[in-house]
Design a protein around this ligand. Structure first.
Ligand code: BMA
Length: 340
């Protein structure tokens, strides 16, 4: 009997496919019908990718990065009964300010969706005099209220934790530049109220592993476990033909998530299928969400593929935890409190 536990609400209608024969390395496998969202999914939107989904009222809901036909990305709402086949709203999410007046970002991309207590938060990248973090909340998926930008520019890949830690909201982010950032580590910040953010701490450095040697960034919202926060993130390397984005895994301390307990030195998922290797930006696997069920240990990872499609991959909780722990290699800068 294992003493590893996932701490999360059950999801009885998990999207799932059994592990195929012949996996020799990381225990992660792709859905055989990938990509689950193809090109031109909505009128006026050419590509949907880098998107986040979660269970909602016996079904599923998601926020999707839709690249419009004018090339500008915005966020679209989608609903699904099985978390595989999605119906999208025709129009982008109509954000309002705290007085209820329309308040649209100039552009919005790479959304994450995280429920903390009774509120759903959408976190994305937007223009705030340069690339920065956008934030909104909803309780009914009808009214979406934008909140203040949590950080000054430049920053991307902000991911909220699914519960407060020590009474504070916690958010990962990756300070950057306004372009195709050739550097970057993951940091964490805390807030009493989702408005004022501080006590910034360094979490993890770009890897000493080549596959994540250029930059790293938060991916799916961390999953609470008995060993700490299970985090799927992206790691990027630079080749002579450009960047390659892969999925990595780490486990952060449960009370002090700026401390990395385990960090897998091996890639969990890297571009190798046509929809990952070929597209608007080739060679991108970009995780943004998981759906996970503590009762069966099933985890479904949603990832953007080649900035063109949404892919789905599966893993088993205990297998992935053991794989990360057995293949862990942490840097000195990962294991501290992240304060200098
Ligand atoms: C990053 C982000 C992602 C994108 C990736 C690869 O900087 O912009 O949205 O998937 O580049 O193009």
């Amino acid at each position: 009997m294992s003493n590893l536990k996932m701490i999360a609400p059950p999801v009885p209608n998990m999207p799932w496919q059994e592990r195929p024969e012949g996996i020799m390395d990381a225990p992660v496998w792709r859905y055989s019908e990938n990509p689950i969202i193809g090109r031109n999914p909505i009128k006026g939107v050419q590509r949907i990718f880098n998107s986040a989904v979660m269970p909602y009222k016996d079904a599923f809901i998601g926020v999707f990065r839709g690249e419009q036909t004018d090339g500008v990305p915005h966020i679209y709402l989608g609903r699904s009964k099985d978390a595989i086949h999605w119906q999208f709203d025709e129009n982008k999410i109509p954000f309002v300010d705290e007085d209820g007046n329309p308040s649209m970002p100039l552009y919005a991309y790479d959304p994450r969706l995280v429920k903390v207590e009774d509120t759903y938060y959408i976190i994305w990248c937007q223009d705030f005099y340069g690339a920065s973090i956008g934030l909104a909340k909803t309780t009914d998926f009808k009214t979406f209220t934008r909140l203040e930008s949590p950080f000054i520019p430049y920053n991307r890949n902000a991911v909220l934790f699914p519960r407060k830690i020590g009474g504070k909201f916690m958010m990962l982010s990756r300070p950057s530049d306004s372009g195709h950032t050739p550097f970057g580590d993951i940091f964490i910040s805390e807030s009493p109220d989702m408005t004022y953010w501080g006590k910034h701490r360094h979490v993890m450095s770009r890897g000493s592993n080549w596959w994540e040697g250029l930059k790293i960034g938060g991916g799916a919202a961390p999953i609470e476990t008995s060993e700490g926060w299970l985090m799927f993130y992206h790691g990027v390397c630079l080749t002579c033909n450009g960047y390659v984005y892969s999925v990595g895994g780490a486990i952060l301390d449960i009370d002090n998530p700026s401390i990395v307990k385990y960090r897998c030195k091996n890639i969990l998922l890297t571009p190798e299928e046509w929809y990952e290797e070929r597209g608007f930006v080739p060679n991108v696997c970009f995780p943004c969400a998981t759906i996970h069920d503590p009762e069966t240990g099933r985890i479904a990872i949603y990832y953007g593929a080649a900035d063109s499609y949404v892919g789905l991959a599966f893993t088993q909780f205990e297998d992935i935890m053991r794989y990360i722990m057995d293949n862990s290699m942490v840097n000195d800068t990962d294991t501290g409190l992240g304060k200098r």
